[in-house]
Write a protein that binds this ligand. Structure first.
Ligand code: ATP
Ligand code: MN
Length: 462
């Protein structure tokens, strides 16, 4: 007989038909006549109840049925007697695939702290909370591909190993096959990278944008969706050393179009979650954040406030608020500032534009004022910056002038600059941090809890 996943079983009518169900024991309770096993197979947050008439089974077998053990159960699917609603399987046959010694199984008890579960990251998907988060994570990844596919964007795979730190977006992880205990040196005593695997110094990418722009200038609209690495030593609840980023890049999009896309994209993803992850969202709302579902609806129902950086600074200065990092024109906003604008002042997401050029990357389109660039950051409640993007500088002369002004080398950038020499065009793009999106959609407070295997300073165990 075909075994059904619990998510499918729970939709069946209680006809008493024979079913096979396979999963992990969440709890076992009962009395001397009967045992109730809550079985979960990861297909949904709900368990199926298995009722065991103890007189029909060997004691030896039943002793192996403990929290964490994996079972196959055969029996009829019937209406649950206890609660008067729901379904249960009356066990006729039980096979124990794998035991889980109660003395050593780490998830024996319920209600572990998130800190404890982070130490047990390899097992935490077995909990209701991480089951829900990982299903939502999957749904969001799928929705992202669907969103772009439906709108004629092509998925472009950009390299993970790169020779350029052009973004300046963060410290990089070096990639090398040189023997670190015996490095080849040149005449000046510097490491001789010509002997390294790629014949030059390389690192893991901090962004796929620069290659993404090449895609936009040939395919029109592309997006990347891949891992990104930043060796920032920042132990914050919003930064990972390895995270996933979605970076659409569009020819013929100006800043306005870019903002419109970012807002529509985020709203579409949130709507997808509400429509397709209802049970998991309700679970997260109940367990972790009772404002979650309301907040998701709130974002859908409000236009994002579009605001100049300069105005934003004026609002912050006039707020009378004592910030940990005081802020004046020219400063890079901290999440406390971003959250003030979003949560207290405008009470809705904010798209902040036209930042000082000094605090933004070299490739952003320069405004007429000579001081600001056509950058846009989308700021969200509870998160702060969720998206960073801009219209790109399409003019060869202006781009080169900025590169020189910053004293950057063109050795590793020539291929990027060439896009401005041959058939340049207005274009724009942005980067959405996948885990920041998931923080918002799941209501979790720490970015380590929305990725299966978090990579943070001093932590890459499993
Ligand atoms: P922040 O100021 O929050 O550190 P950033 O300005 O350095 O971010 P960008 O270079 O603009 O980030 O990257 C685009 C997006 O990638 C950000 O808006 C954010 O959603 C996400 N992101 C950036 N750094 C990280 C990180 N270390 N971990 C997780 N997500 C990140
Ligand atoms: Mn940014």
């Amino acid at each position: 007989m075909k075994s059904l996943r619990i998510v499918e079983l729970l939709r069946l009518p209680a006809t008493g038909d024979q079913v096979v169900v396979k999963g992990w024991v969440r709890t076992k309770r009962g009395n001397k006549n009967v045992a109730f096993i809550a079985l979960n197979d990861g297909s949904c947050v709900a368990n199926i109840q298995v009722v065991v008439d103890l007189s029909k089974f060997d004691e030896e077998l039943l002793r192996k049925v403990t929290t964490g053990a994996c079972l196959r159960v055969d029996g009829p699917l019937v209406e649950s007697v206890g609660s008067g609603q729901g379904l249960e399987v009356q066990a006729e046959k039980i096979e124990v695939y794998g035991t889980a010694d109660p003395e050593t199984y780490p998830l024996q008890k319920k209600g572990h702290s998130l800190e404890f579960l982070r130490e047990k990251a390899y097992l935490r998907p077995r909990t209701n909370t991480f089951g829900a988060i990982l299903r939502i994570r999957h749904a969001m990844a799928f929705a992202i591909h669907k969103y772009f596919n439906d709108r004629g964007f092509f998925y472009l795979h950009t390299p993970l190993i790169t020779a350029s730190d052009c973004e300046g977006a963060g410290a990089m992880f070096q990639v090398t096959t040189l023997d670190l205990n015996n490095l080849p040196k040149d005449e000046q005593g510097k490491v001789d990278y010509s002997q390294d695997f790629f014949g030059r110094q390389t690192a893991l990418t901090v962004s796929g944008q620069l290659e993404g722009e090449l895609g936009a200038m040939s395919l029109g609209r592309i997006y990347t969706f891949g891992p990104t690495f930043r060796a920032e030593n920042s132990n914050t609840p919003r930064h990972l050393a390895e995270f996933w980023m979605i970076e659409p890049e569009m020819a013929f999009y100006e800043l306005e179009d870019n903002m419109e896309l970012a807002e529509d994209f985020l709203k579409n993803l949130i709507r997808y979650a509400l429509d397709n992850c209802q049970e998991d969202l309700e679970f997260m709302n109940k367990m972790w954040d009772d404002g979650l579902i309301e907040r998701l609806h709130f974002v859908l129902e409000h236009d994002f406030k579009r605001l100049d950086y300069t105005e934003g600074i004026e609002i912050l200065k006039a707020s009378g608020r004592k910030f940990e990092f005081p802020c004046d024109w020219g400063c890079d906003l901290q999440s406390e500032h971003e959250r003030y604008l979003v949560e207290e002042h405008f009470k809705r997401p904010v798209i902040l534009i036209n930042y000082p050029k000094e605090i933004k990357a070299f490739y952003m389109k320069q405004n007429e004022d000579g001081k600001t660039v056509r950058a846009m950051d989308v700021l969200f409640p509870k998160i702060g910056e969720i998206i960073g993007g801009s219209e790109r500088e399409a003019d060869y002369g202006k781009l080169m002038a900025r590169i020189e002004e910053l004293g950057m080398s063109t050795d590793e950038l020539w291929w990027y600059i060439d896009t401005r020499r041959w058939g340049t065009a207005p274009h724009s793009g942005f980067g959405l941090g996948f885990e920041r999106l998931l923080l918002f959609v799941t209501g979790m407070g720490n970015i380590r809890d929305v990725i299966p295997f978090p990579r943070t300073p001093k932590n890459a165990d499993f």
